[in-house]
Design a protein around this ligand. Structure first.
Ligand SMILES: [Zn+2]
Length: 333
């Protein structure tokens, strides 16, 4: 099963740029910036990366943010994330980028966008992986962060920017306050993909659908508590970006055994499987597919259907979708 999953061409729809930094990449960045408290030795880093609790995850995440000091650092991270995705047979990914956290630390928005675009082209050339972007608002930083994120998207958003998101903690960050930002992003042709229903209940999903125009939901697992909401998601064809290990690590669900993935599928909701912040949560997309296969009792044809659902729910151009579906089909035969 693991071999089949590893060989399966895949699309990844919910994975954070900074949260995808591997220990190797962080070692490289730490060596560039010797005053950083992050160890530059890969063995020490592997230990530093070993997940202990949610507070530790935030600490690791922020230490990586602090290592991104120049456009070259952004380039390196982006290029190496492309490499790590390609190594798992991910052919296409929508990377969630948080430009605000770099802009607020002094990297100009123009330089940020130039660096990710150049790294995107290089990753496609070097590793054969296609990347597109979702710019997300770090919700905990409020309206000022939403303003900067929207401005960066509208003014500088390249053709590869396909989505507008909302991440960070949900508790204490009501979704409705960002309605006008999402309205303007959508008017500019961006797809609405907020996080909701991860650590808070179904209401944040309702708000995302009704007030933010959500076309997919990041996590959305709380929908399993609300049959009417599951019906709405199923009827409207709104896919959830489910990240099982992340949900357990952040204690949004107590254990994998209690994960609501099967409840959502039984209600007819489209689910896609994703990895969120894989090295920091000690997982990979391939591991997440194995967990989903276990939770849903999938055989190889079920895994093919799961991989295809991610392609269908993606914002890839139609010819690329057709090509990916064909590749997945061929791997399933
Ligand atoms: Zn996320």
């Amino acid at each position: 099963m693991h071999e089949f999953i590893a060989a399966l061409p895949k699309a990844e729809l919910h994975v954070h740029h900074v949260g995808s930094a591997s220990p190797d990449t962080v070692a490289e960045l730490a060596a560039r910036h010797e005053d950083s408290p992050v160890p530059a030795d890969p063995a020490a880093l592997a230990e530093y990366f070993t997940f202990t609790d949610f507070g530790h995850f935030i600490e690791v995440y922020l230490s990586v943010v602090d290592l991104l000091r120049t456009p070259e650092d952004i380039w390196t991270l982006t290029h190496e994330v492309g490499r790590d995705l390609a190594a798992q047979n991910v052919r296409y990914a929508e990377l969630t980028m948080t430009p605000y956290t770099s802009i607020v630390r002094g990297i100009a928005a123009e330089a940020y966008v130039e660096a990710i675009e150049d790294a995107r082209r290089a990753a496609e050339r070097d590793f054969g992986v296609a990347l597109q972007w979702i710019f997300d608002i770090p919700g905990e930083s409020g309206i000022p962060a939403a303003d900067v994120t929207l401005d960066t998207a509208l003014r500088l958003g390249p053709g590869s920017l396909v989505g507008f998101g909302l991440g960070g903690p949900e508790i204490g960050v009501p979704r409705p306050q960002f309605a006008s930002h999402f309205e303007r992003a959508r008017a500019a042709g961006l797809h609405s993909v907020p996080h909701a229903g991860e650590s808070t209940g179904p209401q944040s999903i309702w708000d995302s659908l009704d007030l933010l125009g959500a076309e997919r939901i990041g996590h959305g697992i709380a929908a399993a508590q609300d049959p009417r909401l599951m019906e709405r998601l199923a009827t409207d064809g709104i896919a959830l970006e489910v990240c099982p290990t992340s949900n357990v690590r952040t204690r949004s669900v107590p254990s994998l055994d209690e994960h609501p993935l099967a409840t959502l599928v039984e209600a007819g909701v489209t689910v896609t499987i994703n990895s969120d912040d894989p090295p920091m949560f000690g997982t990979t997309l391939n591991d997440e597919y194995a967990i989903a296969a276990d939770l849903l009792d999938l055989d190889e044809s079920g895994l093919v259907a799961l991989a295809t659902a991610a392609v269908d729910a993606s914002f890839a151009p139609e010819p690329m979708k057709a090509h990916l579906r064909a590749e997945i089909d061929a791997a399933g035969r």
